[in-house]
Design a protein. Sequence first.
Length: 641
Amino acid sequence: MREVILGTAGHVDHGKTSLIRALTGIDTDRLREEKVRGITIELGFAHLDLPCGHRVGIVDVPGHEKFIRNMVAGAAGMDLVMFVIAADEGIMPQTVEHFEICRLLGVRDGLIVLTKKDTVDQEWLDMVTEEVHDFFAGSFLAEAPIVPVDSISRSGIDDLLRLLDDKVSTIHFHEVFGPFRMPVDRVFSMKGFGTVITGTSISGRIETGDDLAFYPGGLTAKVRGIQVHGQDIDMVEAGHRTAINLQGIEKEQIERGSMAATPGSMISSTLLDAGFHYLASAGKELKHRSLVRVHLGTREIIGRVLLAETEAVSPGEDTRVQLILQEPVAVWPGDHYVVRSYSPVTTIGGGFILDNSPRKRKRASENDRLDNQDYFTALTAADDERRLLMLVEACGPRGITADQLAARTGVFSKKLKKQLQLPLSTGVIVVVDSESQRFLAASVAETLSQRIVALLTRFHQQNPLDTGLAKEALRSQLKPPIDTKVLNSLLAGLVKKEVIEQSGAEIRISGHTVTLQVDEQTMEEEINAMYREAGLTPPILKDVFAAFSSIPERQVRQVIDLLVKKAALIRINETLFFHAPAVAELQEKVTAFIRREGDIDAQRFKELTGLTRKFSIPLLEHFDKIKLTIRIDDKRVLRKS
């Protein structure tokens, strides 16, 4: 059964730790300094089994303003918040800040506990209760029960347990068994066990023996053992306070704030597009590129807020921003975050992630900001299929694989396939590589296809004597060059539509033929005759250029290339060509000689042909290249079929 995570929140010294001890019998202050100073510094953990059958995992967070970073880390992943307010003090600064953090992190339910009720009279208690009710009015805690207790005498604790049991028993969880994710909040070593991490598992499941990756970075380790509240288990699902013993990784290679996840399920980025709420309590406008502290999961990263669609943000306003981080982070769209000012350190806003690996956004002009605004508006208003299409479109000519798409969206397996059904069936997304399941937006594919046709058309105009363009040359002219498999898919589509023709690795517009001018026809005949008469002792290329010195070398070279494509000449290297019939006749002679003698070497080849090394060695190497012969030591024999 899924465990419910209950987190505390509230001002320092309002009795959160004492309340948990009264509920569970567990002291969550484990550090010596915490016991000496009487305040919580680090996160503490406890658990409680309720009559309804649910186990509640409890996270005790620090209340002091100096340890808000730790509070945010503990609030990540909580299902319910137990807001603790001392009856003798009422609403205090960290009451307000903790409440704002809970809202920004998407906490949607909880209850309110007034501690130290025995230190005040009933009239004061009623006044504080009314103050608390007014403070939470209009929020997710507006209808939450308010329970006065005294943790020392345990007065009101039984009432709190009954209310907690009633609330938990009505929770309906919709588990998504996708990849496992757990923000790491503690890392330590145990003698005889090795590296141990703890955290609240927020999605998926993991079993003993599974591999686990740590993002950013992607280092992997094997799960050696799993514990939940001190009990060994073989498998853990989302919603549990979890300790994982790891094999194959050192404690120093992991840090608090790392995301432990199923390998390949996440990507790391220093850019994030996000919805952002600027708190009314911030007091002044937020400037573009303000230096801030961004809290994601259990991690704090220094970054800047790029105001992608506005000039400035006033307190209380909502907008969309791009977060530019100093270090990469791994998140999914929909994850919540908190932003605190760099100095002095106070909570100023937060929201949820829209895109976990976007392009860098421009805002130099009004048009840039309007384009960003249009994109964000469309993205936030879109349904699942439309968001997928927008993401694939944004990937442009490089496309995106199914695995990459899953890591970009946080949607996996059957759910991803279901969301892809409509765009694939309607053809707005196309598959350009079935092996890796690489997708391309149909609009992008059409644009690329038009560019291919335009490049080929221009090539034919500029090179009328060439029968076509080499595929690799075509790919390099598509700036930026696209993946070979993407190009193959586009070419196959154009061939099917009879727009282009493909002969081996050469591409041309359908119906294109080489039409020689009269002078070019004459030159073709003369060059062909020159090589035919020379036989096996042909001229080198510079001699041919010299024979046609009044004609540009490029034009002469095009005619020679045309003769090669017509199989009238054979290209041996960049400067040496032979008349094809002469080489064919020699090939028959060499074949007969080897069949008769068993092999041939360079000396006997010279004697057979009467050629010097200038021509005999290139010809022998040519026969090796076309796999007529194979060289063994200094002799050549016929290759077996």
